[in-house]
Design a protein around this ligand. Structure first.
Ligand SMILES: Nc1ncnc2c1ncn2[C@@H]1O[C@H](COP(=O)(O)OP(=O)(O)OP(=O)(O)O)[C@@H](O)[C@H]1O
Ligand SMILES: NC(=O)c1ccc[n+]([C@@H]2O[C@H](COP(=O)(O)O)[C@@H](O)[C@H]2O)c1
Length: 316
């Protein structure tokens, strides 16, 4: 590991230890279930799996927070029982500017979930796929793993004996900015929209700067399957803002998990521009020093010539 020049942002290791992960490759992939609840507590409810798709470069507290908002929303306003929460990061094939390599984005999501949550987990199928996977395919993958391979969530009787199964309802968990793009021509294939919002569904978290009603205006066909979650405490942390802070060597403490800060510092991520600025400043100082040294040498040489001239009696 290399330290970038953001090492002044590093936090004490004993409190924010970096966990090393052996990342599975795309070929050696296994669907993560360690934090998945497999049995419904209330059999009258619909088991729900929340899937957030994004770049996560880097993951922020808001990426994690939207799962908590969704969980509260389910308890209060719906007949869903939340069984699991998954983060699925885009692969390197996405080619969005400024993103760290998928390996690092996945690691950051993993340390964040590990440090801050008891129920969130990271799926590595999408990020390590060699090609870009549209969101509809990513949701199909979750449907396959949860409902086809595992057969849905279990229903048990009072003795714990399995008496039935219910398919997991899989929903895309997204901010309203993402849903806004669904009305932009050319961003989403119409058949994908129908697949995502018709077959699966979406939990939309309000995000400052997006008019949620405008975002939903063109998606009325699927309104029964779109659940809107109001942000009661407005907070518009974004990965772009975090990257910009880091590029300028500014603190990002309390905006992203501490273990993620340490991971970023350890791996020298997002510091290119900051490093460039430091390098330029260092070059300037060095050039000044060299100029001063050269002037001093010249002065010494001139003084030497004067002394020799004085010794030899030559008038200047
Ligand atoms: N502050 C926020 N409020 C609500 N939703 C959010 C917030 N930040 C991120 N999200 C949602 O999380 C998901 C993943 O987001 P993504 O990785 O694109 O993050 P981002 O902060 O928007 O990134 P970038 O700044 O790089 O575009 C998206 O659905 C996005 O709308
Ligand atoms: N056609 C599609 O499936 C489609 C279009 C735009 C964004 N997305 C997804 O939305 C998420 C967020 O993308 P951005 O980071 O570009 O906002 C990513 O997971 C990306 O794959 C999917």
């Amino acid at each position: 590991m290399t330290d970038g020049d953001n090492s002044h942002l590093r936090l004490p290791e004993e409190t924010h230890r970096i966990i090393s992960y052996n990342l599975p490759t795309y070929d050696g992939y296994e669907f993560p279930t360690a934090r998945l609840r497999e049995t419904l507590t209330d059999p009258s409810k619909t088991p729900l799996a929340l899937v957030a798709c994004g770049s996560f470069s880097p993951i922020t507290h808001l990426h994690l927070r939207i799962f908590e908002m969704a969980s509260d929303y389910c308890k209060l306003d719906t007949n869903f029982e939340v069984m699991g929460g998954y983060l699925s990061a885009v692969s390197d094939a996405y080619k969005k500017q400024g993103l760290a390599p998928a390996k690092h984005r996945v690691h950051m999501c993993q340390v964040a979930c590990e440090q801050t949550s008891s129920w969130l987990q990271v799926d590595t199928w999408e990020p390590f796929c060699p090609e870009y996977l549209p969101t509809a395919k990513v949701l199909d993958h979750f449907d396959y793993e949860l409902n086809t391979v595992r057969g849905g969530a279990k229903i048990v009787d009072a003795d714990g004996k399995e008496i039935g199964r219910k398919p997991y309802k899989i929903v895309l968990l997204a901010g309203s900015d993402l849903i806004m793009t669904m009305s932009e021509p050319g961003v989403w294939a119409p058949e994908d929209l129908d697949h995502i919002l018709g077959k699966y569904g979406a939990f939309i978290v309000e995000r400052a700067g997006t008019d949620i009603d405008a975002a939903l205006a063109n998606l009325q066909t699927w309104k029964e399957n779109i659940y809107v979650i109001r942000q009661l405490i407005q907070n518009d942390i974004s990965s772009t803002k975090i990257r910009n802070f880091l590029k300028q060597g500014m603190s990002v403490l309390y905006l992203i998990p501490a273990s993620v800060i340490n991971y970023i510092v350890e791996n020298g991520l997002y510091v290119d521009e900051y490093n460039k600025k430091i390098e330029e400043a260092e070059k300037k100082v060095k050039a000044e020093e060299e100029k001063l040294a050269a002037n001093k040498n010249k002065q010494t040489a001139d003084d030497g010539v004067k002394d020799t001239d004085a010794d030899s009696g030559v008038e200047a």
